[in-house]
Design a binder for this molecule. Structure first.
Ligand SMILES: [Fe+2]
Length: 264
C-alpha cells in the first residue's frame, strides 16, 4: 500500500514501533471518549486519485437505491404518536457499488491489507478482526450525486470504518451525534430532538478526501446531508467483524445491492 496510504504519517507497517503505539493509543482514547475518530490525510493525494479513478470506471455498474427509514431501521409502528421517533421517516437516495463488483481493484487490496485490519483492531480494542464474509456487503462504495442523501440512522454494527474518497462541492456533510443511545436504552427523547433539528449534540464533519473515519455507529445517530453541485460525494465502507463467517442472507443482499448480487 506504499503510495496509497500515507505510511510516513501513519506507520501501519510497524506495529512494534513506539510511533505506532503512540498513534494507536491516542486513536483508541479519542474513539472511546468521543465515539468518533477522524484521521486527516490517511491516503496520499495520489492514492486518493487512484481509488477515485477506479470508482469512475465502476460507476456504470452502480446500483441506485431510494427509500425512507426511521432512525432505528425498524418497521413503522402503528399506534404510536405521530412525533414518536419510530414514526419519523427520512429519505435516503444514493448509488452503491458492492464488493463483488470490485474484485481485482486497489480498493479490494486495501480492504484485505492485514496492517489496516490490525490497526482498526488496535483502535477499537479487539485482539483480532476478520473480513466480513459477505460477497457484496464486505466492502461498499457509497456515491451521492446531486440530491443524494443518507437518512438519520443507527448502524447495526458496533463500529463502522469509512474511507472518504471525494467531497461534494456543497452539502454532503457527515452529521453525527455520538453516544446518543446505549446498549439497552433507545433514548427516544434525545433521538427525537436530533430528528427535529433541535439538539446541541450534533457534530458536523466535512469528510475531506483522503481521510479515514471510525465511528461507534451502533450508538451514534448519523446522516449525510443532501449533496449539491456536480461532484459526487464518494466514500468506501469497510466492514470488519470480531468473528469469522459473518454474512447476510441472499434476500437482504439482493434488496440492498440489486437482483444481480451473488447467491450463496
Ligand atoms: Fe451508518
Amino acid at each position: 500500500m506504499d503510495g496509497i496510504v500515507a505510511l510516513s504519517r501513519y506507520p501501519l507497517e510497524h506495529p512494534g514501533s513506539e510511533a505506532y503505539r503512540r498513534l494507536s493509543g491516542e486513536c483508541a482514547r479519542q474513539l472511546g471518549e468521543t465515539g468518533l475518530l477522524n484521521l486527516e490525510g490517511f491516503l496520499t493525494p495520489g492514492g486518493t486519485a487512484r481509488l477515485v479513478s477506479e470508482v469512475q470506471a465502476l460507476m456504470p455498474r452502480a446500483h441506485y437505491a431510494e427509500r425512507e427509514d426511521n432512525a432505528y431501521g425498524s418497521p413503522a409502528a402503528e399506534g404510536l404518536p405521530a412525533d414518536h421517533p419510530c414514526r419519523i421517516l427520512h429519505p435516503t437516495a444514493r448509488w452503491g457499488i458492492a464488493y463483488h463488483q470490485m474484485r481485482g481493484t486497489v480498493l479490494e487490496a486495501l480492504y484485505r491489507w492485514p496492517p489496516l485490519r490490525e490497526f482498526v483492531a488496535a483502535v477499537t480494542g479487539h485482539a483480532k478482526l476478520y473480513l466480513h464474509d459477505d460477497p457484496s456487503n464486505a466492502l461498499v462504495l457509497q456515491i451521492y450525486k446531486a440530491g443524494g442523501r443518507l437518512a438519520w440512522h443507527f448502524d447495526q454494527a458496533l463500529f463502522s470504518t469509512i474511507l472518504n474518497l471525494q467531497e461534494s462541492e456543497a452539502g454532503g456533510i457527515f452529521e453525527c451525534a455520538p453516544n446518543l443511545r446505549g446498549p439497552d436504552a433507545p433514548c427516544f427523547d434525545e433521538v427525537r430532538r436530533v430528528l427535529l433539528g433541535d439538539s446541541d449534540r450534533v457534530q458536523r464533519h466535512l469528510a475531506s478526501a483522503g481521510s479515514f473515519t471510525i465511528i461507534l455507529g451502533r450508538y451514534a445517530l448519523h446522516r449525510v446531508t443532501t449533496v449539491r453541485g456536480p461532484a459526487p460525494r464518494i466514500s468506501l465502507i469497510l466492514s470488519y467483524e470480531d468473528r469469522p463467517g459473518v454474512r447476510m442472507d441472499v434476500a437482504t443482499r439482493r434488496k440492498l445491492f440489486g437482483p444481480d448480487a451473488p447467491g450463496d
